[in-house]
Design a binder for this molecule. Structure first.
Ligand SMILES: Nc1ncnc2c1ncn2[C@@H]1O[C@H](COP(=O)(O)OP(=O)(O)OP(=O)(O)O)[C@@H](O)[C@H]1O
Ligand SMILES: [Mg+2]
Length: 363
């Protein structure tokens, strides 16, 4: 998605030049002619950054800035003030009410473009940091709960198994077996939480993606053997793929989780195909298709959410883990599915130092 820039100026000519330049830089542009209009536009357009003239009729730039910075939902949008008055007091005033940057008129459009880019980049990093901190806090909490649950759960499971072993009454036996099933479900959840913790750091090294794919396929073949299903796993790998910056262990887990879902989606008999191929946007695609139960668009929308599962024994963490790993590889993941027919999950990874990766790095 293109970053959105809101340009605010009452001078039509300035506004048109500014917008043309920023549009050419690849941004989505919105405009307003005074402070009032800007405040209204902020809510409908949701800009990532605002360029604001100071001297405007009805409501000047400083007043609009003050109002933006006094509201929680708009205070984090970076604002660059554009003003013809170059006195230092103006600069001070701009920063006092919270402008992130200040450009004196007459300005060069190139300079505006550079400052917009650098502020957007800073905002992206700040957002990432905030997200990481949030996840760390949440992770700490989940970790604490998992720790408290683990020992009592082991005891419940152990005792229930002992009861089930010696039980002759069929009803009691059925009850204890149900207890064991619930315990196993919670154990899988705890195991997934542990896994999530382990994958939090990816050490990327240029490597052969086919090797990781083959290792995940080998693991899934072993897993299939224990499932009592008739599943054929086929591979179609591209020859000599360019090296990809990847973390071998983490990427293998990411692919295994996708494959495991495919196995679980196949009732008794079916097929899973794993293919690697180059794409037109110069990424390497790893495509995993199955002939399993498939999903509705509504179901697809939720699958990356933590603890979202349609299975009794599912923790709903497999794809949350996969998503996180693919993100750490600067890749993306796409799911297509047809209810009753099957699912295809495509992971796209960037070859080491590809042009698109270089482009991303500069944003
Ligand atoms: N290939 C697939 N075919 C059909 N449904 C799928 C497929 N992959 C994922 N899903 C759906 O997405 C949900 C979430 O998957 P996810 O792997 O995150 O959790 P899970 O498999 O339920 O539990 P676990 O944490 O043990 O992996 C699944 O419960 C399932 O409903
Ligand atoms: Mg799963």
């Amino acid at each position: 998605m293109k970053p959105r820039v809101l340009a605010v100026d009452d001078d039509e000519r300035n506004l048109a030049l500014l917008m043309a330049k920023l549009e050419a830089e690849g941004y989505e542009l919105g405009s307003a002619r005074n402070g009032f209009e800007a405040l209204e536009k902020v809510h409908s357009f949701r800009p990532d950054i605002i360029l604001m003239d100071v001297m405007m009729p009805q409501m000047d730039g400083y007043e609009a800035l003050r109002r933006l910075k006094s509201k929680e939902e708009t205070r984090y949008i970076p604002v660059i003030m554009l003003t013809g008055r170059t006195e230092i007091e103006d600069k001070v005033m701009g920063f006092e009410v919270g402008a992130e940057d200040y450009i004196a008129k007459p300005y060069s459009l190139q300079e505006v473009a550079v400052r917009v880019k650098s502020l957007l980049r800073m905002r992206l990093l700040q957002n990432k940091l905030r997200e990481t901190e949030k996840m760390a806090a949440l992770g700490g909490m989940v970790d604490g709960i998992a720790h408290e649950i683990r020992n009592p759960l082991t005891a419940i499971g152990g005792l229930a198994r002992r009861l089930a072993d010696g039980e002759t009454d069929p009803q009691h036996k059925a009850y204890t077996e149900r207890i064991i099933k619930y315990v196993e479900r919670l154990e899988r959840m705890l195991q997934r939480i542990d896994e999530y913790k382990k994958i939090l750091v990816s050490n990327l090294k240029p490597s052969d993606v086919n090797e990781v794919v083959m290792a995940a396929v080998k693991d899934i073949q072993e897993y299939v053997e224990g499932q009592g299903k008739e599943i054929t796993v086929k591979t179609a790998l591209m020859e000599g793929p360019p090296p990809v910056n990847l973390d071998y262990g983490n990427l293998k887990i990411a692919l295994f989780n996708i494959l495991q879902n495919s196995v679980e989606a196949i009732d008794k008999k079916g097929e899973i195909t794993v293919a690697t191929s180059p794409t037109i946007d110069q990424t390497i695609a790893v495509k995993i298709s199955d002939t399993g139960s498939g999903m509705t668009p509504e179901e697809i929308r939720k699958i990356f959410n933590p603890f979202q599962s349609s299975k009794f024994e599912g923790a709903g963490m497999g794809l949350t883990i996969t998503y996180r790993i693919i993100q750490d590889h600067s890749g993306d993941i796409e799911v297509e599915s047809d209810k009753g027919r099957g699912t295809t999950v495509t992971v796209r990874l960037r070859p080491a130092s590809s042009p698109s990766e270089a482009r991303n790095r500069t944003i």
